[in-house]
Design a protein around this ligand. Structure first.
Ligand code: HEC
Length: 139
């Protein structure tokens, strides 16, 4: 008699875990980015080089690191408290995007990702961050 009760408990616990796990996955899949096509070909107006990377690095430390992490893996201290994952900048998929697309994403934001148009009002500051994010590609 007891063993049947235990089995029932184990089964319902299992079903509960499967249910909460799958609803969690749903909550973690945010809507796709809707990036206007012109950003695919927008050129970075800031000259490439050490200076731009270093400016981007400073801005990143101030505005982005808390969520995206020091190496851009999406593992900053704030990331754990968000119900969505903060993107990993080292992936091929992320790096395959054009500079303009990345610029658009950080300018406009989406969901838990803030819009940085006002927080970093200089366009060139955001374009410099794009150069810094390029240094995060997996080697
Ligand atoms: C409060 C946490 C937070 C901060 C601060 C933050 N981000 Fe994000 N970021 C996110 C989240 C969460 C996403 C995923 C959003 C989504 O897909 O709905 C994201 C997505 C992105 C993306 C799109 C990535 C992709 O997969 O295409 C870029 C680019 C980005 N962030 C850049 C930045 C930059 C640059 C900064 C600093 C200027 C910054 N983020 C600051 C949370 C943050």
């Amino acid at each position: 008699m007891k063993s049947i009760q235990i089995r029932l408990m184990v089964i319902s616990l299992g079903m509960f875990l499967i249910y909460s796990f799958s609803s969690n996955i749903q909550a973690q899949t945010p809507a796709a980015w809707n990036i206007p096509a012109k950003f695919k070909t927008t050129k970075n107006p800031v000259a490439a080089g050490k200076e731009a990377v270093s400016e981007g690095k400073d801005l990143y430390a101030k505005h982005c690191k808390s969520c995206h992490g020091s190496a851009g893996l999406g593992d900053g201290p704030k990331a754990a408290s968000l119900e969505v994952t903060c993107s990993d900048f080292s992936t091929k998929k992320f790096q395959a995007q054009a500079d303009g697309e990345i610029f658009f994403q950080m300018s406009e934001g989406k969901g838990k990702m803030p819009s940085f148009k006002k927080l970093i009002p200089e366009d060139n500051g955001r374009w410099s961050i794009v150069y810094y994010l390029r240094t995060m590609a997996a080697k």
